[in-house]
Design a protein around this ligand. Structure first.
Ligand code: ADP
Ligand code: MG
Length: 714
């Protein structure tokens, strides 16, 4: 019984026919061991069980023909390439097969030889032809489904060479040890490891291939879920958390003072969180919700649970600008809210104290604030991730909220774990809707709550792809009309990823053009990344205060900007933006009761198919989760699942869309194994494989980080 680790120790040069040159070519694919080779799965399969008669072949179609060689001719082309021409017949007709640079074919395909030829039929000088078909001598591989491997002609490897090596490797490997308990396999109707490995490379039927793929997909998903579940349990076991006082009443008072009731979704999420906070195990929860779903309120309620029990809360935003905005917003929401004062008389109350600590905080303020935080005089600190990394000393940090928006907090959470003896509860918020299965795969070490409902009173944004040149004027007409009706507008400038400077210049041009042209006479402001923070604040304030009608801006407005009076947005060159980004941008309008519009300006012709699909998806729906699914499909989840990783790779066959149900099953099994009798120690083979495939914990953090990054890239 061979373990994968053993196969990982055998260099491919052990196989017949792999010398230093071939080994080097294989190394280009990252294949250096027998295990690498076996996990180099076929890209597709040619079903050669369906062979055709030569007379029935259609031009341009791939087909397989079984025939006998009638004539062989070797010669050189004018540019000195070797050319072997073989005439083949199956009794119904003749076919010419031509082979370039394969002089050895003359020996392989002697007159009278029976062989299978697989290729695409074309025509050359009136003659039906296949050039460079795949050839198998009869008795060798007829009537079988043949695997086609990802290979590169440049590297000088052919798919059938790879196939031969794989076959030899499988033969020599023999019986493979199976790390998954038989009970699990039985429950899900999965086949054994050895059969699966054979079935993926050498299937004899479509059913066999399907069963093989299913098993290997399960293995991939199980391995990653084991890593995630193990990490989750490790953190819980190792760390002593705070059992918060969830009944002290501050949160209720906060809710009673709100001008609106919580949505059902907010209530559900808060119930999850409250249960976590009451438990002595540190919370690690992801709060997912579309733009405007009301995450801030939920997060703030969690912070207040900490505060009411005498602990402190930290709220971390991804950027300084957002930290400032959150600071202002949170202060406003908590205004007038009090907590019992310590020390004084029993009935003394003091206001909940919220402070902001960013890199813009002056040294003097920083020292003062630091001391107040250390003394426990500050209840909630709002800042950037630097709050943790700069080792701000809290008297007792109870709950940390990480608003990660497009970033992620793997390292931040690790840093939190290392702070103090009691580990604070952590709530990660993300505005990017993540498909459920993707969330389970990349956030599987967290529990997840979803705000799947927007607060009432929102009017969905009407989105239009304004096709240039004809329809552009409609967008500007709408902007002018909305401003005349007392509303405001955003104009988003073309995205130029390569350079801040170029982007700023182009934004300036857009501003100049619109001020002199379509939007002449309106009060227009300009905002881009090169405008100093102080000036940017003045502009933002003017827009918020209604002293500007239109804000021409780059994606600096992507997150957090909350101006309910803005009812129209025009995105210039919208096809250059990612789907998630456009959805985020669009979230800046439709925040008030008035009907809102989003115009996506892009050429009528010349938008790439992917771009078209993005624009059409946005026209079709406002649902972030639906868009996230579209996005994942468009960008190819391969990149997500098989993210280039240091060390060995893990997910190769699994597809989040296709195998979504298996993600849940694998997760369930992972929990059962980790939590079962003897824990993972009872499954040493599996642990060994997980470590082999997914490396040690550190590289895995990185891989996880990369996958998360991919989710948020647009
Ligand atoms: P998110 O952080 O999810 O983008 P916010 O928490 O910023 O959303 O909320 C967006 C807006 O909706 C804010 O103006 C907030 O006051 C408002 N809001 C939040 N919850 C509710 C609710 N339950 N009912 C009505 N309005 C709400
Ligand atoms: Mg928000």
């Amino acid at each position: 019984m061979r373990r994968l680790r053993q196969l990982a120790g055998i260099p491919v040069t052990e196989l017949a026919g792999i010398g230093p040159k071939k080994a080097e070519a294989l190394a280009h694919f990252g294949i250096s061991t027998v295990l690498d080779l076996l996990m180099h799965y076929p890209r597709r399969y040619l079903d050669r069980t369906n062979q055709a008669a030569i007379a029935d072949l259609a031009l341009g179609e791939e087909a397989m023909v079984l025939g006998r060689v009638r004539r062989v001719q070797s010669r050189r082309t004018r540019n000195r390439r070797s050319l072997v021409e073989v005439d083949v017949t199956d009794g119904t007709g003749y076919l010419r097969c031509t082979f370039f640079n394969q002089a050895w074919r003359a020996n392989q395909l002697k007159n009278g030889t029976q062989a299978v030829f697989f290729g695409r039929l074309d025509q050359f000088q009136g003659r039906r032809r296949m050039s460079n078909p795949v050839v198998d001598l009869v008795g060798d591989r007829t009537g079988r489904i043949v695997a086609v491997y990802p290979q590169s002609d440049k590297a000088g490897l052919t798919t059938w060479e790879l196939g031969d090596w794989v076959e030899e490797a499988l033969q020599r490997a023999g019986e493979l040890a199976d790390p998954v308990p038989a009970g699990v396999l039985g429950r899900f109707g999965l086949i054994g490891r050895t059969a699966a490995m054979r079935g993926i490379h050498l299937p004899t039927s479509a059913d066999e291939h399907r069963a093989a793929r299913q098993r290997l997909v399960f293995d991939e998903l199980l391995r990653i879920q084991i890593v995630l579940v193990r990490r989750k349990r490790d953190v819980e076991r190792r760390a002593a958390g705070i059992a918060h006082d969830v009944a002290a009443g501050l949160v209720e008072r906060f809710h009673e003072r709100l001008p609106f009731p919580l949505t059902e979704a907010q209530r559900r999420a808060l119930d999850d969180i409250t249960a976590d906070l009451a438990a002595p195990v540190p919370m690690h929860r992801l709060l997912q919700g579309d733009v405007g779903a009301g995450k801030t309120l939920v997060a703030l309620s969690a912070l207040l649970v900490a505060v009411q029990g005498g602990h402190q809360g930290a709220f971390m935003a991804p950027t300084e600008v957002l930290a400032d905005q959150h600071h202002v917003g949170i202060r406003r929401l908590l205004e007038g809210l009090t907590v019992p004062a310590e020390g004084d008389n029993l009935f003394g109350e003091r206001p909940v104290r919220v402070e902001s600590l960013t890199s813009r905080t002056t040294a003097g303020d920083r020292a003062r604030l630091g001391a107040a935080v250390a003394a426990g005089d500050v209840d909630v600190v709002v800042g950037t991730h630097a709050l943790i990394q700069e080792r701000v000393a809290f008297r007792s940090l109870g709950v940390a909220v990480i608003d990660e928006q497009h970033r992620f907090g793997v390292e931040q959470r690790a840093a939190l774990r290392e702070k103090g003896s009691l580990v604070p509860d952590v709530l990660v918020m993300t505005a990017t809707p993540i498909p459920r299965t993707a969330a389970m795969t990349v956030y599987g070490d967290l529990d997840v709550s979803v705000l799947d409902e927007l607060p009432p009173g929102r009017t969905p944004v009407t989105t239009r792809w304004a096709r240039r040149p004809d329809e552009e004027s409609e967008a500007w007409a709408r902007v002018v009309a909305e401003v005349e009706a007392g509303h405001q507008a955003f104009v988003v400038c073309p995205l130029i990823e390569e350079s801040d400077k170029l982007e700023a210049r182009s934004a300036q041009q857009t501003y100049d053009r619109l001020s002199a042209g379509e939007l002449a006479g309106l009060r227009i402001g300009l905002l881009h990344g090169r405008i100093p923070a102080k000036d940017a604040e003045v502009i933002m304030d003017a827009f918020r205060g209604g002293r500007l009608d239109v804000l021409v801006a780059t994606t600096v407005i992507e997150v957090g900007v909350d101006v309910p009076n803005a009812t129209v947005m025009a995105v210039i060159d919208a096809d250059r933006f990612g789907l998630a980004q456009l959805h985020q941008l669009r979230g800046r309008v439709g925040r008030g009761p008035a009907a809102s519009w989003c115009f996506l300006l892009a050429d009528a012709d010349g938008v790439a198919p992917d771009g078209q699909a993005r624009l059409e998806a946005l026209e079709r729906t406002n649902d972030g989760f639906e868009l996230a699914e579209v996005d994942l499909a468009l960008r190819g989840e391969g990149t997500l699942m098989g993210a280039q990783q240091k060390g060995r790779s893990d997910l190769r066959l699994a597809s989040l869309r296709r195998d979504g149900a298996w993600v849940s099953r694998a997760r369930e099994v992972a929990f059962a194994l980790v939590d079962g009798d003897g824990g993972l120690d009872a499954h040493p083979l599996l642990v060994d494989e997980v470590d082999l495939m997914l490396g040690d914990d550190d590289t895995d953090d990185e891989a996880l980080g990369e996958r998360r990054e991919f989710l948020f890239k647009s």
